[in-house]
Write a protein that binds this ligand. Structure first.
Ligand code: ZN
Length: 240
């Protein structure tokens, strides 16, 4: 059993944010492996670099909607216009090796006690797990004790039995059956522009949430420089 798993989601091609998170995690006790909950690419200006950097580490990853969009496995008509433009841009920008890697990502990963999906257990790609109610509706679709999700870009922790769980405190014991969302590395949407990640420490039975400052302005400039929609640069400054 791996001791410390670094939980990442929604990196979205933001290399500066990813580097800041990896450095912060390394300097706070390190990690044995990365559990990546989808959307490695899309929106951000360095998709290929992010895929390559993640692949340098022990990595278990599942597919997000943007990964499938960039790899030609999802209908771009389901994306908002800016997201669809970014998916098309990614398809052209990614190396063959990175495209193959995204193409081959599973929709789910199951191991002892854990289910990894991007969206939710019953709809691994598209459903947003945004409330204890939705988490409870997914209980029957998750045979594992805990479920790890991304997609909403907001750090959160929900009880899958529908009882309320404190949403985002810095450290939460893994009691009961929980759905954990580490928040987004590359495009946070909770009003805090800092990169988000979580650390799952199975040995200590605890998950901790972290935020890290990175050079938002430089990533925003790179988005504009690449000719991607300006709104994708602007939203990074406010964290929405
Ligand atoms: Zn996303």
């Amino acid at each position: 059993m791996m001791g410390r798993s670094l939980l990442l989601a929604d990196v979205h091609g933001n290399l500066r944010a990813l580097e800041a998170v990896l450095n912060d995690a390394a300097s706070h006790g390190g990690f044995d492996r990365i559990l990546m909950l989808g959307d490695l690419v899309g929106y951000g200006p360095e998709p290929d670099e992010c895929v390559e950097l993640l692949r340098e580490h022990p990595l278990i990853a599942v597919a997000g909607n943007h990964d499938l969009g960039a790899a030609g496995r999802a209908d771009l008509g389901r994306f908002n216009p800016d997201a669809a433009i970014a998916c098309e841009w990614c398809s052209r920008r990614l190396s063959i090796s990175s495209l193959r890697f995204l193409e081959d990502l599973p929709l789910r990963h199951v191991e002892a006690g854990l289910l990894l999906v991007h969206g939710s257990p019953r709809d691994p790609i598209w459903e947003y797990m945004v409330s204890p109610y939705i988490a409870a509706q997914n209980l029957a679709h998750c045979a594992e004790k805990h479920c790890l999700v991304g997609h909403t870009h907001q750090p959160a922790i929900y009880s899958m039995t529908g009882s309320s769980v404190e949403v985002v405190s810095s450290s939460v014991a893994l009691d009961g059956r929980l759905a954990v969302n580490p928040g987004s590395v590359g495009q946070p949407r909770d009003g805090d522009p800092r990169a988000a990640y979580a650390m799952l420490d199975i040995a200590r039975n605890v998950v901790t949430f972290h935020r890290v400052v990175y050079d938002v302005g430089a990533t925003a400039d790179a988005i504009v420089h690449q000719g991607l929609p300006r709104s994708l640069a602007q939203r990074l400054h406010t964290g929405y």
